[in-house]
Design a protein around this ligand. Structure first.
Ligand SMILES: Nc1ncnc2c1ncn2[C@@H]1O[C@H](COP(=O)(O)OP(=O)(O)OP(=O)(O)O)[C@@H](O)[C@H]1O
Ligand SMILES: [Mg+2]
Length: 405
């Protein structure tokens, strides 16, 4: 009997490492059957491994736990959501002549024009291309073609977005996977994983933004006509909100400030009674909750204005009919979506909700799992596309990566 594919999605964050295990059901859908989070030190800072032994230990812990809860012993595919302060994106275009006698565009032609467009980017010596994302194709006399393969033309023009990162950053993530016996793991840029998790096909077509507010960084991706048209990393995350509280209000250390932020914080000071006081743990001293909210409000405004500027840079601010979807732990600050709605103006702002995947409700509804779920969902789609091709071609696609005994 053929075993259904078992897929692993990982998210390597500064404050946590996450694993989800999902299995394909008989109807071809994806069901999450196992999950785990390690909130201890991940050995990762701003997307880059700073202590590989810590990273490997955290990955081993979450993978073992996720596999155990899923009751699985083998994996068919692995995908890791990655991002970082040094990741960059650029839009590029180029065209080729179709030289086949029948002028029919082949998969090789599509790959060649995308490769040629990507080559137009002057990469720094240490940079590697992580993704070449097709946006749109054009042929003479016809524009905005989604997939030109099998069409007839003399020339083919491609618009693509490339995502690049330092080779050493990616290599060391692969090294961590290798040390965790997760050979063959694919990497996906986190805004693509976020979008896969929370945006419907319609959202992407109609224009949508994902904003992942992490611990140290915020990543955003702008999607239009189904594809990524702009992406950016902002050097602000939840950690900055906590540090602001501690620096201005001396709450008794970063971990106390973090607890107070999560318990009493809000992005809208007007939502708090001006007379409300909070008693500090240990010290017994009182602080005004409204004043704490004012500190968080100032940082939130700074971050959201940066998000607005990036959406503006994409040139698509008036095309965002699918909404701005907030996610990441930082988006859990109460009233942040309300403030974001005020600052971003026209586009609808919502908290990102995972769709198109079933299983453990405590995982689906938990924003800390979003990127790992997106990674697994995108892997599932890629594997199905590839196995569809394989069935038509050589047959048999899935292979086993590792056995858990
Ligand atoms: N209820 C809450 N209110 C406000 N902030 C919160 C809340 N819960 C968690 N956070 C913040 O979320 C942040 C962690 O988010 P997340 O787990 O998405 O980050 P990460 O993926 O580990 O980091 P990065 O993406 O930067 O590598 C922390 O800074 C934390 O303070
Ligand atoms: Mg993150």
């Amino acid at each position: 009997m053929v075993q259904p594919p078992v897929l692993l999605g990982l998210d390597l964050g500064a404050s946590k490492v996450v694993a989800v295990v999902a299995v394909q059901d008989e109807g071809g859908g994806l069901i999450v059957t196992g999950a785990s989070i390690a909130s201890s030190e991940s050995g990762i800072s701003k997307g880059e491994i700073t202590d590989i032994n810590l990273t490997v230990a955290a990955v081993n812990r979450v993978v073992e736990e996720a596999m155990r809860t899923a009751g699985q012993t083998t994996l068919t595919g692995i995908q890791v959501s990655v991002d970082g302060i040094q990741f960059k994106g650029e839009n590029l275009r180029d065209s080729i002549t179709i030289s086949n006698p029948d002028r029919v565009i082949t998969v090789a032609d599509r790959d060649r024009v995308m490769e040629q467009a990507a080559n137009a980017c002057k990469l720094a010596k240490e940079e590697t291309v992580l993704h070449r994302i097709p946006q749109m194709f054009h042929i003479k006399g016809q524009r905005e073609i989604k997939n030109p393969v099998n069409m007839v033309a003399d020339t083919l023009e491609a618009e693509i977005r490339i995502i690049v990162a330092p080779g050493s950053v990616l290599e060391n993530i692969h090294r961590a996977m290798h040390l965790s016996s997760l050979q063959g793991a694919k990497l996906i840029y986190s805004p693509l994983a976020s979008a896969e998790a929370v945006l419907s096909r319609e959202d992407r077509e109609n224009g949508a933004v994902v904003v992942d507010i992490g611990d140290q960084l915020t990543h955003l991706g702008v999607f239009i006509r189904g594809s990524l048209c702009h992406s950016a990393v902002l050097p602000i995350g939840g950690q900055h909100f906590t540090k602001d509280l501690e620096i201005t209000k001396h709450l008794g250390g970063i971990s106390v400030a973090e607890r107070i932020k999560r318990r009493y914080g809000t992005a809208l000071p007007t939502q708090v009674d001006a007379s409300e006081q909070i008693e500090l743990e240990d010290e017994g001293r009182m602080v005004s909750r409204r004043e704490l909210a004012e500190v968080l409000h100032a940082r939130a405004i700074e971050l959201l204005n940066m998000v607005l500027a990036e959406i503006g840079r994409s040139g698509m601010i008036h095309e965002i009919h699918g909404g701005v979807h907030l996610m990441g732990g930082g988006a859990l600050l109460p009233h942040l979506p309300n403030l974001a709605q005020n600052i971003l103006g026209r586009p609808r702002v919502v908290l990102g909700k995972v769709a198109g995947i079933q299983g453990l409700p405590q995982v689906m509804g938990n924003p800390f799992y979003t990127n790992a779920l997106g990674a697994v969902k995108s892997l599932h789609r890629d594997l199905n596309d590839a196995s569809g091709r394989a069935v038509r071609g050589t047959g048999g696609f899935f292979k086993i990566f590792k056995k858990w005994l």
